[in-house]
Design a protein around this ligand. Sequence first.
Ligand code: SF4
Ligand code: SF4
Length: 467
Amino acid sequence: MTSSKHHSDEAEQPQTLYAKREKIYPRIVLGFFTRLKALSGFILLGIYYISPWIQWEGRQAVLFDLPARKFHLFGLTFWPQDFIYLTLLLMIAALALFFFTSLAGRLWCGFACPQTIWTDAFLWMERLLEGDRPKQMKLDRAPLSFRKFRIKATKHSLWVVFSLFTGFTFVGFFVPIHDLTQEVITFNLSGWETFWILFYAFAVYGNAGWMREQVCNYMCPYARFQSAMFDKDTMIIAYDEKRGEQRGSRKRDTDYKAQGLGDCINCTMCVQVCPTGIDIREGLQYQCISCSACVDACDDIMHKMNYPKGLICYTTENVLNGKPIHILRPRLFVYAGILLAVFIGISVAISTRSLVQLDVIRDRNSLFRETGKGLIENVYRLRVMNIDNQPHIYDVTALGIEGLQLFIDRQIEIEAGAVMTLPVRLAANPDLLTKRSTLVTFQLTARKNAAISITEEARFLGPIVRH
Ligand code: SF4
Ligand code: SF4
């Protein structure tokens, strides 16, 4: 009877399916890995913010010119038909992610992911204005006052300005950034430019300022499927339980082993510095982004206690279980082999890419016609695309039938990155045609650079041959 009453009381309790987020206040930490991470962030953010400003041969070095459907990357220009290179680049990125994840775990998450890098930048601004973890916690607990309002308002203003600059830089990869700057200064931004600057700024402000670890925990698919790339020889951040337990506080330089204690002094520094708020001593968790902050924090404690470093360290599951380290594994060679092959393939394809493109389109109005001189004439349209970074004059020839004559009305002179469509006529002696349809080859060559050349085949049609 008591039991059934207890159950009915439990059933009446409101159940919530949503756990309110506990704000995480990562404590600042200094050490080898955090310096490495700061350096990585500095370099990557530098590349992001500086590269749209770099000029190359008179125009923006990195520019996705969507209206013109061209992508400029330093001296190279890619067209929609070069989409294959983008596909290969994405393949390289995916394979590199597989390779590095198998080798070193979530290296990408901890040291290179934009979410991590921008969150670190926002954390840096937050610490600049609010101080480190204890001061931030105290400020958040304090009732609203002028001081609190001033600090919070300054922080959010700084975040908003940084986010808007980030959004502006993002759009600067698609619109020449000098023109964009002028448009901002003169309040002359177009509707879509304004939309994308605000949209990107809002995404950065929301993700790096507010959501932070929730993006990794709930939104990022990589956190879910990375376990498929893990094995027992993958490098992970782990706590050496055998060495650390029984954890407990103690005085420095005491014989803690005699008290049955391990090396972990239970200072919780590893938890306080963790940007995702987990306790690595509970074992490997999907929330761990391998940022190594806990490694540096614990090494610092070990140093202060005069204990050997490495209670939390980069290691492998096999090593933790007393097995030998086994870095070079078949799957790594497979990933590296495919990665190398695709990389060589794309390098060769780009370096041997023709800087002129040619389409030959037959005139659909007539199959062929007979000229006043008794020759058989076919009409084509040549579509020539100069994908070099300088203008060219091209010469065109046609081969495939003895005595084949080519007639063209104007010079093929095309500006860098431009396209020209022009008619050409081929004429052949009908006595020399052996078939009703003969394969002919157009060859187009830049007058001042014979290396820029392309051939394209077409069909020359004539009357039914009766020999
Ligand atoms: S930082 Fe090291 S010593 Fe301190 S609680 Fe974490 S594992 Fe234990
Ligand atoms: S457990 Fe350590 S490595 Fe993992 S996210 Fe937290 S601080 Fe970074």
